[in-house]
Design a protein around this ligand. Structure first.
Ligand code: CUA
Length: 176
């Protein structure tokens, strides 16, 4: 998915670049009749508008189809939800449990006892698998189903003071 997004950005950036190059190259021709230039610009604008509608319309519908994202995710998982209450403090995490089963949805209820923190779950290879914000006075809920056993790490993703880097906790998946 990320690769597709990257390719799409690359193509779009190239198109924008070519557009700028075209304008730069043609900016020398000043003797052209003003009326004709305006007419051609309007016609280009109309074409561009409909191109955008035709390209981004279907893309938008395609990407919005899955909303709400959580519903599809919940359907694809059976078994009871394992609830983990996670509270952030300057500068540590407090988890209501540090071991969950794999292939069973886990619901993280994330909040903070002081300032804003970022709640990020990393796998053994330090890839981010899920994240949300830890905010005082509010509980953010994320659901994640761990497919692999192992030790996952929870790190703070938002600078929250001098010992921000020390906010680390572990959660073990499997062995239940
Ligand atoms: Cu908590 Cu950074």
């Amino acid at each position: 998915m990320q690769q597709i997004a990257w390719l799409a950005s690359l193509v779009l950036m190239t198109l924008v670049g070519l557009g700028f190059a075209f304008v730069a190259i043609n900016s020398g021709a000043r003797e052209e009749d003003y009326g004709r230039v305006v007419h051609s610009a309007y016609s280009t604008r109309t074409k561009l508008f409909w191109t955008l509608v035709l390209v981004f319309g279907p893309v938008m519908i395609y990407t919005l189809r899955d909303l709400p994202y959580d519903a599809g995710h919940a359907r694809s998982n059976s078994g009871p939800v394992q609830v983990v209450q996670a509270t952030a403090y300057q500068w540590r995490w407090e988890l209501s449990r540090d071991r969950v089963a794999k292939d069973q949805p886990v619901e993280f209820r994330v909040t903070s006892a002081d300032v804003n923190h970022g709640f990020g779950i990393y796998d053994a290879g330090m890839h981010l698998v899920a994240q949300t914000q830890a905010m005082p006075g509010y509980t953010n809920i994320i659901r994640h189903t761990f497919r692999n056993e192992g030790t996952y790490r929870i790190l703070c993703l938002e600078y929250c003071g001098i010992a921000h880097h020390n906010m680390m906790a572990e959660i073990k998946v499997g062995g239940l």
